[in-house]
Structures are given as C-alpha cells and as structure tokens.
Design a binder for this molecule. Structure first.
Ligand code: MRU
Length: 352
C-alpha cells in the first residue's frame, strides 16, 4: 500500500517535513537546515510520533554534517559525535530516536575519508526510513488478523503517516482494514493537551475517507459501557522487555477501561520501539512538558495564568492489561518477555 502522506522527505539533500504544528489548518512544508533546526522541530512537535522522530534525527545527522564536509577526518568525526549526542537530548521517551541515532553512530566508527562517511550516512538514513515504510506495511497486514468485519475501533493520539515513514503503526491497520472493506468505524480520542487525535488523526482519516467520529478523552468509558467499542489500538513510544510500554498520556486509562469492560487492547509498534535494555516500564524516562500546554486549548488560554499545572507527556501501561503487541514480525502474546526476546534474536544490525 502506497503511503497516503509523505511527512518526511530528503530531496536533493534538503530535509523537508510537514510542520505538524499547523495541522489541520495548513499543510505547511518546512526545511530543516542543521542540527539546531532538527532539535527544535523534534522538541516542539513540528515532527512527532516515535518512528518519525527517529527518521528525522537520522536525516538530521546527515544534512548537518554535509555543512561540515570541509573539516578534516578527525574534526569531522568529532562533529558527528557531537551532533548525535546533541540530538539524543531532543526528546527522552521515544526509543526510535535512540535506535536511529545508534545506527548513525555505528557508521561513524572506524576510519574513512569524509566523502565516504557522508555517502554512508546518507545511505543509512535512507535505509532507516525505508525500513520503517516496509515495517508499517507488514504491521498493517499482521494487524488485519485482529479486526473483525464491522469492527468499531478506538484509537488515541496519532499513529498514522504523520508519525512514521509509512502509513503508520496502529493507524496503518485501520487504513488496511478500510481498504479491505472490513466496514470499520473509528472513534478518535482528541488526546489532550496537544490534541494529536483531533488535529492529526481525524485529519488523516478524513483525507482517506475512513468513517470516524471524534470524542473527548473522557467519553471513552461511556462508549465502552454502551458496547460501542470492539477493540482499542494504540501506538507505543518505548516497549520494555516485559511488555510494559510508554505511550501518549491517557493510554493507561484506556487500558484500564478496556480491561474492565473485557475489550481487547493492543499496542502496535515496529522493532525500533523496543528497548531490549530495560526489564520493565519503571525505567522508561517520561517526558514532562511545559505546564502551559495544559492551561491552553490550542491558542486559547483556558485556566488562570498563575495556577500550577502538571504535564507528563506519556504514561506507562503495564503488560498485564495488554492483549497483544502487533509488530512487523507478527503478533506478540503473553508470556511477553519470552516472546519479545525471541523477536530480538531474529533481528538485524547487531543492535544492543
Ligand atoms: O508526543 P507525541 O505526539 O510524539 O506522542 C506520540 C505517541 O504517543 C504515539 O502514539 C507514538 O509515538 C506512536 S507513533 C506511531
């Protein structure tokens, strides 16, 4: 399935992204010219979603180093290391960022001349992007197995083409089921505070024509109690060895609600989101964003300026609330730790 959106493009060595801060009002393309632009785009959510962050960072390393092609070998290598370390600080939770930067780091190991290094860095960034596109397609095919005809699906945040190099993670399954005429219907959580569901997921579904309705996050329990939700599909920003996973704040509440109502609850993620170094979700770093985001609805201030607010961007869902993890390699069911380790053994790149 061809991607419906190209949210990140390397064109004539220019890194172009759709600036997601302007959606759904404007489809604005911006160019990221160096590591500072890339850092700013990732940290302000101009580009967001775990795989998309990783892909952008990988291209970011390449385009920033292109500007340093006149350095000698030693200086160039040091510059590459500095840029990679700098970009690692742009956001803490999504593992895909560290996965992609680790792969770029590997390229810079050893000795080469600068032009060969640049060529290899470009190739690796394109490969990371392409692999994500292919993974997205395989995820959508595997995910079809859990979508009954006529399914009513609840989703949270944005896990579509904007968030990945292909058609998405959770949302790629929705698109595939729609194309396969499964007669699905999607309920879209608006996803406070930054409204990725309302602004981005509703926009993506609407463009493709997938039947959907937007709801406030607080409405999910009511819909479940009515029997209107057959399954929940969400993404992930980092998955620990035991299957605990971090995703957009509000995901954990949905998992508890789905468990109570006996509704299947799946997270959907590629290999690049699995952190094989941590045993459980307690070790996942959770980003805390500016409290002012909670005191606003879009550009409109909705709370007294001086009131305190708390703004964790992610929460951790314990694996016991999960029905399964849908990946490009198949669906992982309990026992999660054993089956996640098996996934790692099968994989490439000597990562970890
Ligand atoms: O803060 P965001 O918008 O980057 O958070 C994104 C999410 O939580 C997504 O669900 C996750 O990255 C999966 S993306 C395919």
């Amino acid at each position: 399935m061809k991607p419906f959106i190209k949210s990140i493009v390397l064109e004539n060595d220019k890194l172009l992204i759709i600036d997601q801060r302007f959606l759904p009002h404007e489809e604005k393309i911006i160019e990221l010219k160096d590591e500072r632009d890339v850092f700013e785009a990732i940290s302000t959510l101009a580009v967001r979603g775990a795989p998309a962050i990783g892909i952008t960072a990988a291209y970011g390393v390449y385009i920033s180093l292109l500007k340093n092609k006149n350095l000698d070998k030693t200086q160039f290598k040091q510059k590459a290391i500095d840029i990679i370390q700098y970009l690692k600080k742009s956001r803490p939770t999504a593992y895909d960022l560290f996965y992609a930067l680790y792969r770029m780091e590997k390229i810079i190991e050893g000795e080469k001349n600068v032009s060969d290094w640049l060529l290899d860095l470009k190739k690796e960034a394109l490969k990371i992007h392409n692999e994500d596109l292919e993974r997205s397609e395989r995820i959508s095919i595997n995910g079809l197995n859990v979508i009954p005809y006529g399914a009513k699906i609840l989703t949270h945040c944005n896990t579509g083409g904007l968030a990945t190099g292909g058609n998405g993670t959770a949302l790629s399954i929705v698109f595939k089921a729609f194309q396969e005429k499964r007669d699905i219907f999607v309920y879209v959580d608006e996803t406070r505070p930054l409204l990725q569901g309302a602004r981005l997921t509703a926009w993506e579904l609407f463009r493709v024509g997938v039947p959907c309705k937007l709801i406030c996050d607080s409405m999910a329990a009511y819909l479940m109690a009515k029997g209107w939700i057959d399954l929940v599909l969400v993404g992930a920003d980092r998955i620990a060895l035991n299957g605990d996973f971090a995703n957009k704040i509000g995901t954990y509440s949905l998992a508890v609600l789905a468990h109570y109502h006996g509704i299947p609850f799946y997270t959907v993620a590629p290999y690049s989101t699995f952190d094989f170094n941590i045993d459980n979700g307690d070790s996942i770093p959770i980003e805390e964003r500016n409290p002012s985001e909670v005191k606003r609805f879009g550009n409109c201030v909705t709370a007294p300026e001086s009131v305190d607010a708390y703004n964790p961007a992610f929460d951790v869902t314990p694996h016991r609330l999960l029905t399964g993890i849908i990946t490009e390699a198949g669906i992982i069911y309990p026992p999660f730790k054993e089956n996640i380790l098996a996934l790692n053994r099968e994989k490439e790149n000597g990562f970890n």
